[in-house]
Design a protein around this ligand. Structure first.
Ligand code: NAP
Length: 533
């Protein structure tokens, strides 16, 4: 497919005239000649958002089977793009081909998971409390709850997952699954990839006879087009993955609207890893090597990258640092996604270098002449230094991590209380560590969205039980996840129907259960067969 520089607004190809941009190859540090993308602005936002508003009632009321088929068609159309998609993403991001193939599989799997979620209907939360006309002293009305989509959703594609968290990524898939039309602001770090995937979605909209405003793809700057999108009255929620500064900017815009709307921003996390004494004594070297694998994977450009390691000082921790240092020094420098992200990584490591009392114990292979290639780094300091140096807690977003030596478990607890909200916290524990870990768990439950044992946080499974969220600043709303089946809940709200005639109720709540979904009826979980007739 020839990639052209036009946006997709419903079924129209629209060339923006708010400036031009070429995609950029970070590995060669040069522009990709073709095509020239026309950037959009306020007018294009208005057009896409209005179409989305027009599409909303038609799309959300389409049969669930059709909505599910649409999600599966997007998955099929992405696969049909073949190697062209992978090669374009590779050129625009510097990510290895194999990683991108894996990411495509995740993207397609995610769309299919949401198709299952839609067919299953459990997400509707159908709940019925039958009327109790005889109740004393007052009768009870017939009350029925089901969830409806919030309205059109704006999605900001993430730079670090050009497929799985971008145009057809988790935010888009969960919003479309909820019944919400989507307007995507493409990340400028992978415009061609975005266009290819956008065409795959647009094709699926047409194939399934859905209204054209179901999906639009816009190119433009965050500060003009992005701001206009979040401000548009037709937009009712926002999904975002990126920097803390970017997420907070969108949150401020959303809160300043005449009608404030939720922004589900996934921003900044350093994913602490706690190493407990028995685990260190039994397997310090193996933990050290596995830690470096996790730290350097994808040039460390993961929201779940383990940027902080904490342990009680002693021989076990020395052995961990030794093994991790030896592993790290062999790791090649890796191309980062954009020159801006590379510069931010270098600035972050410089800030840590400048903190007195922090020792850089190991570095990866230098980049040499290669552009935008991050050299891995490992630092060591003590717990008091961490408690008094905010620089050590800032996300470095790259292959660098700080090891903290604590005097005892009490000091580990103090640090755990001190750290900001996190997407993940990891425990390396053996049986003899369980009592100490038990002391830490109540604190960690307050701090993180996912607590894992004897693994590493990178590699987020897309499934029903996943939580990829957490207290601020890891996200702007700790009550939800942006990965996994329940990500759909971000774009739904409950409506209660009181005494409505059966014919006027949504199918999810009609007495004979025409959708055949699980329901909560008069306080009992009720299987489809029991209520269908
Ligand atoms: P970013 O700068 O936050 O940009 C993400 C998206 O938001 C882009 O489309 C951007 O548009 C838009 N945006 C940013 N600031 C905005 C504002 N003030 N108003 C409106 N829109 C705005 O993130 P990035 O470019 O992907 O990476 C930069 C840094 O973010 C990284 O170095 C890293 O520290 C962090 N990051 C974190 C994660 C994570 O998962 N935790 C993931 C990716 C990046 P424009 O490009 O047009 O500005």
């Amino acid at each position: 497919m020839t990639i052209t520089g036009e946006m997709l607004i419903g079924f129209s190809s629209v060339r923006g005239n708010e400036g031009e941009q070429r995609a950029f190859n970070p590995a060669t540090h040069s522009e990709i000649a073709e095509p020239v993308f026309g950037m959009g602005g306020v007018a294009e936002v208005g057009r896409a958002a209005s179409l989305a508003a027009q599409a909303f009632d038609v799309y959300r009321n389409a049969p669930l089977a059709k909505r599910a088929a649409f999600l599966e068609a997007i998955a099929d159309n992405i696969l049909d793009l073949g190697d062209e998609l992978i090669e374009r993403a590779h050129a625009e991001t510097g990510l290895p081909l194999q990683r991108l193939q894996g990411e495509r599989a995740r993207t397609v799997g995610q769309l299919r998971l949401f198709a299952q979620v839609v067919r299953d209907g459990h997400f509707l939360g159908s709940t019925i409390d039958h009327a109790q006309p005889e109740r004393q002293p007052l009768p009870r009305a017939d009350l029925r709850l089901a969830k409806v989509p919030v309205g059109p959703v704006a999605v900001f594609g993430a730079s670090n997952f050009p497929l799985a968290f971008s145009v057809a990524g988790g935010d888009t898939a969960s919003a479309l699954a909820a019944g919400a039309p989507v307007v995507v602001k493409a990340h400028s770090a992978h415009l061609g990839t975005s266009k290819l995937v956008g065409c795959a979605i647009q094709k699926a909209v047409k194939e399934n006879g859905l209204p054209e405003g179901t999906f639009s793809l816009l190119f433009g700057s965050g500060r003009t087009l992005g701001e206009a999108l979040v401000s548009h009255p037709a937009v009712k929620a926002v999904g975002f993955t990126g920097s803390r500064q970017g997420g907070l900017a969108l949150l401020r815009i959303a809160n300043a609207r005449a009608e404030p709307i939720p922004v589900y921003a996934e921003m900044s996390s350093i994913n602490p890893v706690f190493l407990f004494p028995a685990a260190l004594e039994n397997r310090a070297e193996a933990i050290g090597r596995a830690f470096v694998d996790s730290l350097t994977m994808g040039a460390g450009q993961f929201c779940t990258n383990p940027g902080l390691v904490l342990a009680v000082d002693g021989a076990g921790l020395d052995r961990f640092v030794q093994a991790a240092s030896e592993a790290l020094t062999t790791r090649p420098a890796q191309t980062m996604l954009t020159p801006g992200i590379f510069d931010a990584y270098c600035a972050g490591t410089r800030n840590v270098d400048a903190v007195e009392g922090v020792e850089k114990v190991a570095q990866g292979q230098p980049a040499g002449e290669r552009a935008n290639a991050a050299q891995a780094a490992l630092y060591v300091t003590d717990a008091q230094r961490l408690l008094n140096s905010p620089e050590l807690e800032a996300e470095m977003f790259g292959p660098a991590s700080v090891v903290i030596r604590a005097r005892n478990v009490d000091e580990l607890l103090e640090v755990a209380e001190h750290i900001e909200g996190q997407l993940t916290v990891t425990l390396q524990i053996d049986a003899a560590d369980h009592a100490d870990a038990q002391r830490l768990l109540p604190v960690l439950e307050r701090k993180a969205g996912r607590i894992l044992a004897n693994g590493f946080p990178t590699g987020v499974e897309v499934c029903h039980a996943m939580v990829h969220g957490g207290p601020f600043p890891s996200t702007s709303n700790a009550m939800f996840t942006s990965v996994g089946a329940t990500a759909i809940d971000r774009f739904l709200r409950p409506v209660c129907y009181q005494d409505l005639p059966d014919a006027l109720l949504p199918d999810a709540l009609k007495e004979r259960n025409p959708l055949g979904v699980w329901r909560f009826v008069d306080g009992e979980k009720t299987a489809p067969a029991q209520t269908a007739n």
